[in-house]
Design a protein around this ligand. Structure first.
Ligand SMILES: *Cc1c(COP(=O)(O)O)cnc(C)c1O
Length: 432
């Protein structure tokens, strides 16, 4: 049988750099041929060879209802018939803004954009514009999209600012970005001591999903909030991945349960709020958001922002996940998956640790959960790659890199979870 994934990959590489439109899809970390998706339904997608996979990526988070949820498909079909894009405001943009604000009380106003990168970049511009300051803190292992100022790795010390992680980013563009270790309170305090009056914002993934799955500890998050407030810097939550994925109130609600009254200043959203369509957002208190053009001096714009088909998709998705019990069910299911994998690993004597929140999970072939990027890097990637390919052969598709979170949808059945755990147990046998 000809391998149509391979045929398509060869063709793609001729016309698209690396054959993909986003790097991690290329399987460079794990080796082998990317699976080209033919179609998807519920918890599954079928690749170009017609092989079915249980999908734990779900477009990297957006597909929280699974693929092709009937209510979402219907809303999109209706919207498409009314026009694809107008470049003029629509009622649905108000409805989506209201639906987002209803669940995330830290936000009083929101601006819709088309990608998480765009939202993160705009939130930083707003933080700088609103504070009149230039410097910002980010953390090693957190990803906030590919805006120039955020493609940074740590410099040589706390007094020095970052170095670009991509060619094409001039050092001057990242000279205001300070990169700290995640969950390191001492470093955080030191950084504020040195740079406090110049800091516009601290940007963080509250539950980091771009170094697999690493939670900010409650004491660390509490200190982030206190130091930002003391020094007049804005606390920016990048919830592109966690927003409406880990909880209906997003990760900030998870932290508010542990830290009374906790709220970030600005929130960046994407992924789930578009339900799989290009849609993202950033928002916060009215006084800050009114700094945005056309009211204020901070410029930002977008031809396709608040696109009528994307907003229909996002609204229908939010309506489904707002139904009573949705997150309790999704969380319980995700916890059962992680528990099943943990037991299977233990039965085969494989070092394993896993964690989840809502419909987002992560696991490591490490005896204990890591707390920062350095510890995540200690994961054994040859063994992860073996696990990845073993699961892929058995029709289970997890992220093709060990630095990525996994996602369970409402469409995953108990049988899907059981099949996944059984497949993992077979592969665990080969890891020792
Ligand atoms: C996916 C992601 C982004 C970037 O969003 P895009 O829509 O891919 O531009 C930013 N921040 C976080 C935390 C993400 O997971």
């Amino acid at each position: 049988m000809t391998d149509r994934n391979q045929t398509l990959f060869d063709r793609a590489r001729n016309v698209i750099p690396g054959g993909v439109n986003s790097p991690v899809r290329a399987f460079r970390a794990v080796g082998g041929t990317p699976r080209f998706v033919q179609r998807a339904q519920g918890a599954y997608f079928w690749d170009a060879n017609g092989k079915r996979h249980i999908d734990y990526i779900g477009s990297w988070g957006p597909m929280i209802l699974g693929h092709g949820h009937p209510a979402v498909v219907e809303a999109v079909q209706r919207a498409v018939l009314e026009g694809f894009s107008y470049g003029a405001p629509t009622e649905r943009e108000i409805e989506l803004a209201e639906a987002i604000l209803a669940h995330v009380p830290s936000m009083q106003m929101v601006r819709l954009v088309s990608s998480g990168t765009e939202a993160g970049m705009s939130a930083i511009r707003l933080a700088r514009g609103a504070t009149g300051r230039s410097k910002l803190i980010k953390f090693e292992g957190c990803y906030h999209g590919h805006a120039d100022a955020l493609l940074v790795k740590a410099g040589s010390g706390l007094a020095t600012f970052g170095n670009p992680t991509s060619a094409g980013v001039p050092p001057e563009v990242v000279q205001h970005t300070l990169v700290l270790e995640y969950n390191n309170i001492e470093q955080l305090e030191e950084a504020f001591k040195l740079h406090g009056p110049e800091l516009a914002c601290l940007m963080i993934e509250p539950i980091a999903g771009n170094m697999n799955f690493v939670r900010a500890s409650v004491p660390f998050m509490k200190r982030c909030r206190e130091l930002c407030s003391q020094h007049g810097a804005l606390l920016v939550f990048d919830e592109v991945m966690t927003g409406f994925r880990v909880d209906l109130g997003s990760a900030q609600n998870v932290y508010a349960q542990a830290i009374p009254g906790f709220q970030p200043d600005l929130t960046v959203l994407g992924k789930v709020i578009g339900g799989g369509m290009p849609l993202a957002a950033f928002g916060g208190p009215r006084a800050i958001m009114e700094q945005m053009a056309p009211l204020g001096p901070v410029y930002q714009a977008g031809t396709l922002s608040g696109n009528p088909v994307a907003t229909a998709c996002g609204l229908a998705t939010l309506k489904e996940i707002s139904k009573p019990g949705f997150f309790a069910d999704l969380s319980a299911k995700t916890q059962r998956l992680v528990a099943g994998l943990t037991q299977a690993a233990a039965a085969e004597g494989v070092a394993f640790s896993g964690d989840s929140q809502g419909g987002m999970f992560g696991f490591f072939l490490l005896p204990e959960l890591p707390h920062n990027y350095g510890q995540v890097m200690k994961s054994d990637s040859p063994r992860f790659n073996k696990l990845f390919h073993g699961l892929l052969d058995r029709g289970v598709y997890i992220a093709p890199a060990l630095y990525e979170a996994g996602f369970v949808s409402a469409a995953h059945s108990e049988q899907d979870l059981a099949d996944t755990v059984a497949a993992a147990r077979e592969v665990f046998k080969t890891l020792n």
